[in-house]
Write a protein that binds this ligand. Sequence first.
Ligand SMILES: C[S@@+](CC[C@H](N)C(=O)[O-])C[C@H]1O[C@@H](n2cnc3c(N)ncnc32)[C@H](O)[C@@H]1O
Length: 236
Amino acid sequence: MTLPAEEAKKEFVQEKFSSVTPKYDFLNSLLSLYIDRYWRIRTAAVLKGRPGPVLDLCAGTLPLSREVFRQKERRILALDFCFDMLKYGRDRLASQGEKENILPVCGDGEALPLRDEIFTGFTVAFGIRNLADLPRGFSEVYRVLKPGGVAAILEFSRPSMPVFARLYRFYLHRVLPGVAGMISGDREAYRYLAESIEGFYSQEEVCAMMKDAGFRDVSFEPLTMGIVTIYTGIRP
Ligand SMILES: C[S@@+](CC[C@H](N)C(=O)[O-])C[C@H]1O[C@@H](n2cnc3c(N)ncnc32)[C@H](O)[C@@H]1O
């Protein structure tokens, strides 16, 4: 599968997430052997000790927004450009506290419909890989963070241990599209997942882009043998 070029990518991504919405959370957990919850817990924990409003970008069905709220009750703006994902997530917001404090907004992460310097925290899980223009996305995030605000970014990465890397690639390209395609009814969406992980920037490249956007104290931590990585940075 050839990944869509920048122009076509937004439309393609929007359509794919719409198509898999009802099965998205179930498949996420199944395909990660339920480790995805732990990854989000670790990501939300980066904001520990920093109260104030948070932007959760590419929020989808709101699993990370809810984890951020569970760890510390605060206002969260959950932004995504796929209306179906947000609606599905909003309909599942359980407690009154969550409903009042997690605000889903349909919008583009590369052109945030928000004024400057609003948030003390920023989170995104499995979203930056999907942006058509990542440097632009980072500069938008930087713009809406207050000085001192912290960014916590969770994204798939590629394991570095050779034997495990080979097994993982086999799983990604041969097992995942078949299984997930059968359950979700959209095999192409999961072929896109595999290809977009393979084609994504290295950890060093992501950090360099964050620094170019203005972030300081940028660092990254691979988890679960490098299947995912958490990137952090601060707006000085
Ligand atoms: C893999 S899902 C992640 C959902 C959620 N954060 C999670 O932890 O499961 C990626 C989401 O990014 C959204 N997305 C991709 N590009 C976007 C953009 N430019 N602006 C806003 N949302 C975007 C998609 O609509 C999709 O819901």
